[in-house]
Structure formats: structure tokens, C-alpha cells
Design a protein around this ligand. Structure first.
Ligand code: SER
Length: 319
């Protein structure tokens, strides 16, 4: 088979997607690409390089006979606000490189969009697939731009590119990134380390979220769906669970009744407020059969156990 290249391979999504792809398609068929961060215990093929370097990525495509790219490399919302030029360069110019290569070498592409593509003028509840998109962050601007590029390359050059507007994704294998929804992962580190957490969002800041296993499965299902089923070439709305920090804390208190939460909203609250609370994902459900499995209680339990085990292993290795 042709091989699968994953950029951003050790990021929040990549760390879990690579392992699933290896299980499904064989360890020899998955190439993990990362700009700087490496995991010493990683088992598989790894390459170090930058998605902005067209020649380098083209070299990988030829060397490994790449047929599919999961192009995950990118900066998240909070990180992007710190370095808007860099965010644009990586998020948009990196994608253009991948799309141009895909056009030339007939590669199938997955690229993650986000709920950050929505903005203050988007309806807050049950956001339809097609709606107003006027994001306020550079991250959101890069996502709307990217979606339109994907659609353009599909219409103009027949590139088979597919995308999902990811909600906040919560997993424990990678350390949480510099995003807004990531409080929902950081909170578990606070829980395990000191049974408390200082939250940078208000207690009622409701956001669309998803447990990572659902996101990984959904992503692979989208990529495996027959092209005839794909009617959206911008980014599919995808929903699972929407919750507020207060609702997550209520779940956490079932596991640890003395857990303490302190709310100190900062600039990230404004970003959260510009995003919707709930998403209408009926198109993904109808087109390619999307369905989530994890609810808030299940997600809370697995994140608790996962972070606890991870921190225990880290502590043991440092001893
Ligand atoms: N988790 C992302 C962020 O907060 C949303 O795409 O930046």
C-alpha cells in the first residue's frame, strides 16, 4: 500500500492518531512528521522537518510513496494570538504546500478545521453547517481561509481533501496545547496533582467538546468514506458533548468530592465567548454516519484514570 504521512505527529491529535493508524495499516506504512518535539519511546518511522518547506515534504512524498496525508501541524488559538505572523505562516502556508503536493501527486488529505472558524456573529446554538463565519482570532481566520482553500482545490483540481471542524478535543496521551478549550484537560492535571484548579474561563462558558477517541475514530471514518458520500469540502460540523466548566467540575466532584475550583477568567474567556455553545452536525451524521460514543461522565472517568496513570509513570521514571 501507499504510505500515510502525519504532520504534527506528536501534537494533541497526532499522538493518538498515529498509533491508531499504525494499528490499522501497519507500523511500516505510517510516517510521523514533527517540527521539533520528539518522544523518545516512539515506535515507528519518524521524520523531523517543517511543513513550510515544500521541497522537504516533496522529498518525503517520493521517498515513502505517500498516498495519504493527515496534515495536523498547526498552532492553536491562544498560541496563535501570541505570534499571529507565525500562526498564519504555519497554518495557511503549510496547508497550501500540502494541497499543492496533493494536486501534483494525487494524495488524499485530511486537514483539521475548528469551531474557532465561527465568530461573534455566528448563532450560538445548534450552529448549522452553512452559517456566518467571521472569526475574531487569527487562528479562526486561518481556519476559514484553510476551509475555503480546501474547497477550492477540490473544485478546481479534484484534490480529495476532507476536513472536520473539531470541537475542543480532550485526550491525555499528549500534553495539552496552547488553546482555549484545553482547560478541560489541564483541570485533570490540577485534580491529580493538588486536588484543585484555577480556571481561566467563567463557570458558565459552555463550549462544544469531544473525547479524543471519538475524534480519532470519526477522523478515520471520514477518510475511509466513499467519495460519493462527501458533500462538504470545507469542514464538517462535528458534535459530541457541550459542557461548561461548572458541569465538568460537578462530574469531577463525583470522583473527588473535595476538589476545589477557583474561577479567574482572563483574555481566553473572550475567545470562548466568540465561539458557539452547541453544533448541528446532522450533515456528518447523514453523509458518512458520524456518531459519538462518549458522554461527559465517561469522558471524565477516562481522563481521570489516564492522567493519573501518566503522572504516576512520569514520577516513577524521574525517581
Ligand atoms: N482546542 C482549540 C483551541 O482552543 C479549538 O480548536 O484553540
Amino acid at each position: 500500500m501507499k504510505s500515510i504521512l502525519v504532520s504534527g505527529a506528536f501534537g494533541l491529535v497526532g499522538s493518538e492518531l498515529v498509533v491508531e493508524l499504525q494499528k490499522k495499516y501497519g507500523i511500516k506504512n505510517v510516517i510521523a512528521l514533527q517540527r521539533n518535539k520528539f518522544h523518545n519511546d516512539f515506535q515507528g518511522i519518524v521524520e523531523k522537518g517543517d511543513v513550510r518547506d515544500f521541497k522537504f515534504i516533496e522529498g518525503l512524498v517520493r521517498k515513502y510513496n505517500v498516498g495519504t496525508i493527515y496534515h495536523l501541524a498547526g498552532l492553536l488559538s491562544v498560541g496563535s494570538e501570541k505570534q499571529p505572523d507565525l500562526a498564519w505562516d504555519i497554518n495557511v502556508n503549510g496547508l497550501i504546500n500540502i494541497l499543492n503536493l496533493s494536486r501534483r501527486y494525487k494524495i488524499k488529505v485530511f486537514w483539521p478545521s475548528s469551531i474557532a472558524a465561527f465568530g461573534n456573529t455566528t448563532p450560538k446554538l445548534e450552529v448549522p453547517q452553512h452559517t456566518i463565519m467571521e472569526p475574531t482570532t487569527i487562528y479562526g481566520v486561518s481556519k476559514v481561509t484553510g476551509e475555503l482553500l480546501c474547497q477550492y482545490y477540490h473544485n478546481r483540481y479534484r484534490v480529495d481533501v476532507r476536513s472536520i471542524r473539531y470541537p475542543g478535543l480532550n485526550g491525555f496521551k499528549a500534553d495539552p496545547g496552547d488553546g482555549t478549550t484545553e482547560y478541560a484537560i489541564h483541570i485533570f492535571y490540577g485534580l491529580i496533582k493538588k486536588n484543585s484548579y484555577r480556571c481561566y474561563l467563567k463557570p458558565d462558558a459552555k463550549l462544544p467538546m469531544m473525547y479524543m477517541d471519538d475524534a480519532i475514530r470519526g477522523t478515520i471514518e471520514l477518510m475511509e468514506a466513499s467519495p460519493s458520500k462527501i458533500s462538504v469540502r470545507t469542514g464538517y460540523n462535528l458534535a459530541a458533548i457541550s459542557f461548561t466548566p461548572a458541569e465538568l467540575v460537578a462530574e469531577i466532584k463525583k470522583l473527588s468530592p473535595n476538589f476545589r475550583i477557583l474561577y479567574k477568567p482572563d483574555h481566553r474567556q473572550k475567545i470562548a465567548e466568540s465561539w458557539p455553545k452547541t453544533i448541528d452536525d446532522s450533515k456528518a451524521r447523514k453523509d458518512w454516519g458520524w456518531r459519538e460514543e462518549y458522554d461527559l461522565a465517561q469522558m471524565t472517568r477516562v481522563l481521570y484514570e489516564g492522567v493519573k496513570t501518566k503522572l504516576a509513570v512520569k514520577k516513577k521514571n524521574n525517581e
